[in-house]
Design a protein around this ligand. Structure first.
Ligand code: FEO
Length: 398
């Protein structure tokens, strides 16, 4: 789809759909994504954000449906990451804007990416406003949502918040609005996006939400730079972010594991039995088939993480090392945890996993279960007991 969509009077979506992307530096985007840009027709015609470099033609195509690119007066860069600014050099060439608005850190990042001293930068401090004619744009710095340079642009009279990475989803659709797609699926994409991109910045996002609430911005529409626009009840996604920033968990455990000859997988099943016997929901995530980014979506609202790996060459299996490195970087908090795994002769994996869980400041409540070769009745009983132990700790937290 390469058509512009008028989302409000004289405000147009002019982005690009990327149906084929399947990996976003480690995050599996099995349903593609979109790079959203927005064009406002006013006395000063203004483009908010651009797209990833290979999609510059799609962006220009959409712009042409609304105006000649050379008629654009202002360009706003809300975020410098190349999925939103990669096409900037060519777009700057095509439109030659009078001004390029960005945050103070945005200017620094643009210079460090594109090395163009000659662009007409206008640095806009947080809270500052510009007039487009009938409209006012207010800028709000949103550091680390998702980079230090990030900011929001708020179209005051239209009550439209252009929110850059915040409130986005990686989901390519021809529909443009949240009320045109199934709400449950949309929220699942939004949760995965938060868990895999924004989770480490939860503290800052919580402060940002409080700041926006204090400013009492009237919001009719939230326009992120990825995925669907929140038109129907847009504040539902702000409420979801409020819960995710506080890392509110459910009575749920994630059992994430990798296995060589199914001994560790059998142990995982017995642990799941123990959790079920105590009435705690469990999600089995087998790293041989489940992607690390889907595991993180489940971890986000789980109260416990139980990680298991066989020992291979005095180490944990590589997929578990990958998983724990990824998880550690995303900084999930307030988790109860334990480790388990099978081994042939040395058996380091449980100790190594436990150490990493402790480094993540998880509450490791059980020394874990390490079993040699193929688990028998007594070993599996220990696994069931581990599951019950975790379940009791989960329930004790409410
Ligand atoms: Fe969608 Fe941080 O870029």
């Amino acid at each position: 789809m390469r058509i512009s969509v008028e989302i409000k009077d004289d405000i147009f979506w002019v982005g690009a759909l990327d149906w084929s992307v399947r990996d976003f530096h480690g995050y599996s985007t099995m349903k593609g994504t979109t790079y959203n840009a927005y064009l406002v027709k006013d006395d000063k015609v203004t483009l908010f954000d651009t797209v990833k470099k290979p999609f510059k033609g799609d962006l220009l195509h959409c712009i042409y449906k609304v105006v000649e690119p050379s008629k654009i007066d202002y360009l706003v860069v809300n975020h410098v990451e190349p999925d939103h600014s990669g096409a900037l050099p060519e777009i700057m060439e095509a439109i030659k804007p009078e001004k390029l608005f960005c945050s103070p850190r945005g200017k620094k990042a643009l210079l460090e990416h594109y090395h163009r001293e000659d662009w007409p930068y206008e640095v806009v401090p947080s809270g500052s406003e510009i007039s487009l004619g009938k409209r006012t744009v207010q800028f709000l710095e949103t550091r680390m949502v998702h980079w230090p340079d990030s900011m929001f642009s708020y179209l005051k009279e239209d009550r439209v918040l252009i929110s850059s990475d915040a409130f986005g989803q990686h989901w390519a659709t021809t529909e443009r609005f949240n009320d045109e797609v199934p709400g449950g699926e949309l929220m699942q994409h939004a949760a995965k996006y938060y868990a895999n991109i924004l989770l480490p910045y939860s503290g800052l996002i919580q402060k940002l939400i409080a700041e926006v609430q204090k400013m009492d911005l009237k919001i009719d529409m939230i326009c992120p730079d990825h995925g669907l626009i929140w038109r129907e009840n847009p504040l539902q996604i702000v409420a979801a972010y409020d819960a995710w920033t506080r890392q509110i968990s459910k009575r749920k455990a994630v059992i994430v594991f990798d296995s060589m000859w199914n001994s560790t997988a059998t142990m995982a099943k017995a642990i799941c039995d123990g959790l079920a016997e105590e009435g705690v929901a469990a999600k089995m995530m087998d790293l041989r088939v489940d992607h690390r980014s889907d595991v993180m979506t489940e971890v986000m609202d789980a109260r416990a993480v139980i990680a298991g790996s066989s020992t291979l060459n005095n180490n944990m299996l590589p997929r578990m090392a990958d998983m724990l490195t990824y998880m550690k970087g995303l900084r999930p908090q307030n988790k109860i945890a334990a480790a388990f795994g099978s081994f042939g002769w040395s058996g380091e994996s449980v100790r190594m996993i436990t150490k990493t869980l402790e480094e993540m400041k998880f509450k490791v409540i059980n020394p874990g279960v390490s079993l040699q070769y193929v688990p028998a009745h007594e070993g599996l009983r220990q696994c069931v007991e581990l599951g019950r132990d975790i379940a009791r700790a989960v329930k004790a937290e409410g």
